[in-house]
Design a protein around this ligand. Structure first.
Ligand SMILES: [Zn+2]
Length: 435
């Protein structure tokens, strides 16, 4: 079995512990040993990577990915992209995410029914580079819901699948699972700035949600749901949704319900998307005034909900809705910065939304998201301290090496280009302390 020993690295294991200088031994796909001492783990038969004091942390986990988006806001034009071109686009994006340190992604909506499934399968077969991916169905929505792009005056389809009534949901959920998705994506509430389905409204019926839950859970799959209104959040909890997206207007009762079920669910607020909306509508001046007010209202509500959820110990996930014009792919780790700067998360807590808790939300047979023995070897070697320089994770050039499944996607550069001085001092202190 392939052995790789990473030595002289500062391990940010993302359990919540402070980083320590040490070594990590990778065997095959797994992290076999972690030591807080140097020269402690066996070198025999191992390729030794000298980390020169760089930080070693888990690969990042994105909780709300759309690999089929093309950095444009025109979802209708995107729906017109032929399947062949679309597959190539998603394939390039998959590699782009891995290049940006994302070793795992949970899709929150495939732009074509089989797009995620095909990309996931090709990644798993080693045919193309990309993160470990949980494949999603397209957005399942109701008539007049978010991503219902039908119009009376012309025949056209959009990227969402529009369904009304439990029986229609039952059929499509069964079809999607037949095609191989891991996740069914529901649009239970309205969304920001949609006049006929604003965020406060709950557009799916309880009967529809209940039917989906029945069909999904008896097949061992999961539901991820767009839920901004208070009632939609309650439906999510009542029917076992695993990832509640947004939870913007969660009221006291909804917060209580989330808290009571915090061991089995996650909330992914997608804060970067709202922050980008505020920034972009402000730049429009008077023309963007109305939209700006809506985004600000949502940010305020999200901020309230998020601080409550944090207090109540609900696991928060990072990432979400990158791939639009104002939130291009690859900037996903900005969410970590937003959580620190605007929501009073400590850097450690914010980073855990994209590592430890992301790994828990992936919920695979083998654990991931921390640098720990018995965890999958998804690792980043980082030039700089992510706890002190929070935006270091937004810069792929700072990743000296990227490992997924025990294999380097990005090989460690020969003679790692580090400014080693302050790091070296710490390492010496640690060394004498621990030996
Ligand atoms: Zn989305």
């Amino acid at each position: 079995m392939d052995k790789i020993l990473m030595t002289n690295v500062r391990v940010l294991d993302c359990s919540g512990a402070e980083p320590f200088l040490g070594e990590v031994l990778v065997e095959g796909r797994m992290i076999r040993k972690v030591s807080d001492q140097l020269n402690a783990l066996p070198k025999q038969g191992a390729r030794v990577v000298e980390g020169d004091g760089a930080f070693l942390m888990p690969g990042l986990v994105e909780s709300h990915t759309h690999l089929g988006l093309n950095n444009s806001n025109d979802m209708f034009a995107l729906s017109a992209l032929p399947a062949e071109e679309h597959t190539l686009l998603a394939m390039r994006n998959a590699r782009f995410y891995l290049d940006h340190g994302f070793t795992s992604c949970m899709s929150a909506g495939s732009v074509k029914p089989r797009l995620d499934v095909v990309i996931r399968n090709a990644i798993n077969a080693g045919e193309i580079p990309g993160p470990r991916l949980l494949a999603s169905s397209p957005w399942l929505t109701v008539t007049g819901g978010l991503l219902d792009q039908h119009r009376y005056h012309m025949r056209r389809e959009g990227v969402g699948i529009v369904l009304d009534g439990p029986e229609n949901y039952r059929r499509v959920v069964r079809e999607m699972i037949r095609e191989g998705v891991d996740t069914i994506k529901l649009i239970i509430s309205g969304d920001t700035g949609i006049p006929y389905a604003p965020s406060h409204s709950t557009v799916m019926s309880e009967e529809e949600v209940a039917m989906v839950a029945r069909e999904v859970h008896c097949r061992g799959r999961r539901i991820g749901a767009h839920a901004r209104s208070a009632h939609s959040v309650k439906l999510c909890v009542r029917y076992g949704v695993k990832i509640v997206y947004h939870a913007t207007f969660a009221d006291e009762e909804a917060l209580d319900m989330l808290q009571a079920n915090r061991d089995r669910l996650f909330v992914s607020p997608n804060i970067g998307f709202t922050a980008a909306g505020i920034r972009d509508t402000a730049a429009l001046g008077e023309a963007g005034r109305e939209a700006h007010a809506v985004f600000e209202e949502e940010m305020e509500a999200a901020s309230r909900a998020l601080s409550q959820l944090r207090k109540r110990g609900v696991r928060i996930l990072g990432g979400g809705d990158y791939g639009f014009e104002s939130t291009p792919h690859g900037q996903n780790a900005k969410d970590i910065e937003f959580l620190v700067k605007d929501f009073n998360f400590s850097p450690m807590e914010a980073i855990q939304t994209m590592t430890r808790y992301g790994g828990e939300a992936m919920d695979l047979a083998e654990p991931l998201g921390q640098v720990k023995e018995g965890f999958l070897a998804d690792l980043l070697l980082v030039s700089g301290n992510p706890l002190e320089e929070i935006n270091v994770l937004q810069e792929p050039r700072r990743f000296l090496a990227i490992m997924k499944d025990g294999k380097f996607h990005k090989e460690p550069a020969a003679g790692l280009p580090l400014q080693a001085a302050p790091v070296g001092q710490v390492s010496i202190a640690r060394q004498s302390g621990s030996n």
